[in-house]
Design a binder for this molecule. Structure first.
Ligand SMILES: Cc1cc2nc3c(=O)[nH]c(=O)nc-3n(C[C@H](O)[C@H](O)[C@H](O)COP(=O)(O)OP(=O)(O)OC[C@H]3O[C@@H](n4cnc5c(N)ncnc54)[C@H](O)[C@@H]3O)c2cc1C
Length: 471
């Protein structure tokens, strides 16, 4: 079996890895992976300079979805996996003050009651309103997707949405909670309402179960000592050892179905590849463009997924610029600001910077409007001024980097599950062609790894089934 993987981001690399393994009685496949950029990894992009480990894209993955952790172990990086330092310590800047998030706070809901009741982040009125959740009847209707913001406001009030849900979820999913789909982004909240009626009771019960099982309040985030780029390097090396043909600097420009359900691909180097199965892991726009002729309904469903932009600004400061040592892992902004939040990488992870240096990542999502569109110099100046103001810094940064991710973050807005179903139905006539990655079933690195592997297995499984029928 010959598999073509379009795109050498983490999804494509995971798909290739699955294919060269062979599984469920399926022999290892021959893999051709084509990546348009000269660098493999896509959004996983680590730069190491002057003792700094700079992540231009993701900096970590969650451990409760194990696919990324498992992949790291499979490629020999098990010993390189590291957790965040100390206890999770994230703050929220609200009302002009940095306040620690209450202990046990999840994305939206508290898993411990007392820290939530005593937090200064919410007003007494907001807390009382959130408490109404305990007695309100169920709000959701079966089969009807709603915005996360609408649902949470109905159950818990506006305070929780403004102070917790929007900064936390909006930061990860590239859009405000009033646009994001409950069923695509947080389906567990629907399940919680169905099972417990009250979201508070459900979250507190989860917290009690976790504590009883000995799972402490530690952060679920993990990374690799040398940055996530080391996962890309290790995967590429192991894939090449296994005989995979990895071609960075080459793109797939057109795909046509072959008579036997495989594909013929035109590559930018002027060659053509004929394969039994394809995993399209190049992102929404790339997959939609390649499917436009062979599967127009799938292409149009994919094109209807909105794409957001985000910028990561990395700044390195001498530790002496800080009037007090910065021990927090970062903060989220609930106040007007030129950023949605920062991560203090040198505090959050060991070994990210020399001990006399503070390494900061600042996030500028598209929804910040004019600031997000400003050119690099203006953007950096605004962020530097903001950090100086909040932290009382006495010197400017010694290194700055700006990584722009323009129109490449699929946004799971209300109705996303229907768009996913339409994309899959539109490709049903070509079962050995599969779309994988952050477009459909989850944007996190573990989701992409799991989906890449699953779709490679399905593509090859269908191709093998077809080959058996043909024989
Ligand atoms: C700023 C930022 C921070 C993030 N932080 C986190 C985080 O901390 N934790 C987390 O879990 N997730 C995070 N994410 C999400 C996560 O990084 C992405 O969802 C994931 O990396 C997407 O991987 P992918 O392989 O599907 O796509 P990509 O990484 O976009 O890779 C697709 C690749 O396909 C190539 N390509 C496209 N078309 C073609 C073609 N026709 N021919 C050949 N090649 C093609 C592209 O050049 C690209 O390299 C973050 C995302 C961003 C943007």
């Amino acid at each position: 079996m010959r598999l073509l993987v379009v795109g050498g981001g983490i999804t494509g690399l995971a798909a290739a890895w699955e294919a060269v393994q062979g599984a469920d009685g399926r022999p290892p496949a021959e893999v051709l992976l084509v990546e348009a950029s000269p660098r493999l990894g896509g959004k996983l992009h680590t730069e190491v300079v002057d003792g700094l480990v700079i992540e231009h894209g993701p900096d970590s993955f969650v451990s409760y979805r194990p696919a990324a952790l498992e992949l790291a172990r499979e490629v020999g990086l098990g010993e390189e996996v590291v957790a965040t330092t100390g206890q999770r310590s994230l703050s929220l800047r609200a009302g002009g003050r940095l306040r620690p998030l209450p202990a046990g706070m999840g994305m939206v809901l508290p898993t411990r009651l007392w820290p939530f009741v005593t937090t200064g982040i919410l007003s007494p009125l907001d807390k009382l309103r959130a408490g109404l959740d305990l007695v309100l009847p169920r709000q959701l209707r079966e089969g009807e997707d709603v915005a996360i913001g609408t649902f949470l406001r109905a159950r818990l009030g506006d305070g929780i949405v403004r102070r917790f849900a929007d900064p936390m979820i909006g930061g990860i999913y590239g859009s405000g909670v009033d646009r994001l789909s409950l069923d695509a982004v947080l389906p567990s909240l629907r399940a919680d309402e169905t099972a417990h009626r009250s979201l508070m009771l459900a979250a507190l019960a989860q917290g009690r179960r976790a504590r009883a099982a000995g799972r402490g309040p530690g952060s679920p985030f993990r990374t690799l000592r040398g940055g996530l780029g080391s996962l890309v390097d290790a995967l590429a090396a192991r894939l090449r050892e296994a005989g995979a043909d990895l071609r960075p600097g080459t793109s797939v420009t057109a795909l046509r179905p072959t008579a036997d359900g495989g594909a013929e691909a035109d590559l930018s180097d002027g060659t053509t590849a004929v394969v039994d199965a394809v995993v399209l892991a190049g992102g929404v726009s790339s997959s939609a463009a390649l499917l436009d002729g062979p599967a127009p309904d799938a292409a149009s469903a994919l094109s209807s997924i909105p794409l957001a932009s985000s910028t990561v600004v990395t700044l390195s400061y001498p530790a002496s610029a800080f009037p007090r040592p910065l021990d927090s892992h970062g903060w989220l902004e609930a106040d007007p600001a030129p950023i949605s939040g920062i991560t203090v990488s040198s505090t959050k992870w060991a070994g990210r910077a020399p001990s006399d240096t503070v390494l900061i990542r600042a996030f500028v999502p598209e929804r910040l409007g004019e600031t997000a569109r400003a050119d690099d110099a203006v953007l950096v100046a605004r962020i530097v001024a903001h950090l100086a103001d909040v932290l009382g810094l006495t010197a400017g940064p010694t290194l700055t980097r700006v990584a722009r991710w323009t129109s490449v973050m699929p946004t799971y807005t209300v109705g996303h599950p229907a768009r996913v179903a339409a994309a899959e139905a539109g490709l049903a006539h070509l079962p050995a062609w599969r779309v994988a990655g952050s477009a459909l079933h989850g944007v996190g690195v573990p989701d992409c790894v799991a989906d890449g592997r699953r779709q490679a297995g399905l593509a090859l499984g269908h191709a093998a089934g077809r080959a058996r029928v043909d024989a």
